[in-house]
Write a protein that binds this ligand. Structure first.
Ligand code: SF4
Length: 206
């Protein structure tokens, strides 16, 4: 018998809403949802949306940002891509295309309306969600987030102490574009990263 989670993953793989019936502009390319659901993972990485490279390869975080994220988490590529240990659910499952300045557009809003509640209801075993970027913060923290992304990341330890289930740890995006932010906010490395590494070890490398 096929598990609910496998059926849901299959449904998502076939999703063409942003091409065939979008809320706004059509995707300028064929959708290619990139999402890793898991019936056993206790950790989920909730990011923004795939970039062009992920769209082409289907492999999330297979770039210098991913290397930095793995370094923050203290895990090897082998563990990071082990779907039985780590789920990956961005706020938009497909590459959204580029804006007029050549930057990536925000995650497609159709995705959260159509999929996210179902996805997270299908993974009740999750104990820790790493929330990357403002869109994921909005969905996973709602009014519990700060006024800015920096404020929300500063709340990481107090959010962790709330002992919610699943626990939420907000992170900045690991992109090279955030190197200045990391330099200007040294508390992230000294205070948040040790907590992150300890929790990741607990939930995915016991
Ligand atoms: S972004 Fe989400 S809603 Fe849009 S086509 Fe991809 S999977 Fe479907």
């Amino acid at each position: 018998m096929v598990a609910d989670i496998d059926l849901l993953a299959e449904e998502i793989t076939g999703c063409r809403i942003c091409r065939d019936g979008p809320d706004g502009q059509c995707l300028p390319h064929d959708p290619r949802p990139v999402v890793k659901l898991s019936a056993s993972a206790r950790i989920c990485i909730a990011g923004q949306a795939p970039g062009m490279r992920v769209h082409k390869t289907g492999i999330p975080f297979n770039d210098p940002s991913g290397d930095r994220l793995r370094d923050w988490m203290g895990v090897s590529r082998e563990i990071f891509y082990d779907q039985s240990r780590i789920a990956i659910v961005p706020m938009g499952f497909c590459f959204p295309g580029y804006d007029a300045k050549g930057g990536d557009l925000p995650p497609r809003k159709e995705c959260v309306g159509r999929w996210h509640d179902r996805v997270f209801a299908t993974m009740p075993q999750l104990e820790l969600i790493l929330v990357i970027g403002q869109y994921a913060q909005r969905y996973h923290l709602g009014s519990r987030r700060g006024k800015t992304l920096t404020q929300t990341v500063q709340m990481a330890r107090s959010l962790w102490q709330e002992q919610a289930n699943p626990r939420i740890l907000p992170l900045p995006h690991p992109s090279w574009r955030n190197s200045a932010w990391l330099k200007n906010n040294p508390w992230f490395e000294s205070d948040v990263l040790p907590l992150l590494r300890r929790e990741v070890q607990k939930y995915c490398c016991p």
